[in-house]
Design a binder for this molecule. Structure first.
Ligand SMILES: Cc1cc2nc3c(=O)[nH]c(=O)nc-3n(C[C@H](O)[C@H](O)[C@H](O)COP(=O)(O)OP(=O)(O)OC[C@H]3O[C@@H](n4cnc5c(N)ncnc54)[C@H](O)[C@@H]3O)c2cc1C
Length: 322
């Protein structure tokens, strides 16, 4: 049984989150005795080479659909057509806002079941089974699909594995619904911190209310720069307008698992913890020795971040010889 998977591309590359979804779809499709077939929607930059690049991560075929970029509904039209007309039972998405929107729309379109925040897909008795952590990641919930199934991963939960394979590219004509093309992407905005993708960064320097104000993030940007990483934030500070929402980590923000998560002026509320607790190394700077974040940190520094962060930046720069 073949499995469909959505591959999001931007600036001439498929993003890591989507490549993970492609690898995961290929793995379970093989167990079902089938192949993973990727779907890419876009304009001129969607070359045959770019479409075929999903082959290196396990897809056997790539459907190339000419259509507007960055919108959910045209992708729902394309994948809905494939699922209805070509007999696909399952579609897989990486996490992220667009994946959530397309996946939910596709489930409604094909009358399928949908599971979000999935961290593992398995095959049981010839059917897909989606596993997702629940209750603050303390338990795993397992979903089985009666009919068609849409699996939406947790951001970066699926590992992108190079398979060394190649994909054939098939151009697919889709008649988009009227409402699908009524919206158009006017501009892809660049906001503060947008030059680095926080989901892909190996090192994240996260700031909380302890920074005191928006200007406090400048020191964190310098530290992140020295580390070659990116800046993240708590909900308290994005709500206060100190940093963009795109940087929010936690229950209602992004889930990340970098090699290093350095939390500065963050108390460690459960809603923040669920978004970063899988980080390999957690370092916390907090002036309150009883702050909850120290309970799940690998290294805790009790002190004033205004003194510690600049000195840490200098020390890292000196070590790197900059
Ligand atoms: C439904 C719901 C969903 C939520 N979703 C999220 C979410 O997705 N992500 C999220 O982050 N939160 C979320 N929250 C909010 C969460 O409960 C906390 O309020 C929030 O995480 C606290 O942010 P903070 O750590 O920046 O601020 P605070 O809790 O105010 O902590 C600030 C910390 O900074 C320390 N500090 C102060 N000055 C200094 C200094 N000079 N040097 C060093 N340390 C200093 C203090 O000791 C304190 O520990 C959610 C809440 C709800 C109810």
């Amino acid at each position: 049984m073949n499995v469909l998977v959505y591959a999001l591309h931007h600036e001439g590359a498929i993003n890591k989150n989507s490549l993970g979804a492609v690898s995961e779809a290929a793995r379970v499709a093989a167990e079902l005795g089938g192949e993973a077939h990727a779907v890419l929607v876009g304009g001129n930059e969607l070359t045959e080479e770019l479409a075929g690049s999903v082959g290196a991560f396990g897809a056997a075929k790539a459907y190339r659909v000419e259509g507007p970029e960055g919108l959910a509904q045209p992708v729902v039209d394309a994948m809905g057509k494939l699922m209805s007309e070509q007999g696909y039972d399952y579609a897989v998405f990486g996490g992220g806002l667009l994946g959530f929107e397309i996946g939910a729309g596709l489930a409604a379109r094909v009358g399928g079941g949908v599971t979000m925040e999935v961290t593992r897909i398995a095959v049981d008795d010839g059917r897909l089974v989606a596993e997702r952590p629940i209750l603050g990641d303390s338990s795993i919930s397992t979903s089985r699909y009666k009919g068609k199934g849409i699996v939406i991963g947790r951001l970066n939960a699926f590992e992108a594995r190079e398979s060394g394979g190649s994909a054939t590219v098939e151009d697919l004509d889709v008649d988009f619904s009227d409402f699908s093309t009524r919206a158009r992407m006017v501009k892809r905005g660049e906001q503060r911190g947008a030059d680095v993708n926080i989901e892909d960064a190996d090192a994240l320097v996260a700031g909380g209310r302890g920074l005191g104000n928006a200007e406090g993030f400048e020191a964190l940007e310098q530290l992140a720069g020295a580390l070659g990483g990116a800046v993240a934030a708590t909900r308290a500070v994005v709500d206060a307008g100190w940093y963009p929402y795109a940087a929010q980590i936690g229950q209602t923000g992004k889930t990340v698992a970098p090699k290093l998560y350095l939390a500065a002026g963050i108390s460690g509320a459960i809603q923040h913890k669920v978004g970063m607790q899988s980080s390999e190394n957690i370092v916390a700077i907090n002036k309150d020795a009883n702050a909850p974040i120290f309970e799940f940190s690998d290294l805790g520094i009790v002190g004033d971040l205004n003194k510690i962060v600049p000195r840490l930046t200098e020390a890292i720069k000196a070590k790197k010889g900059a």
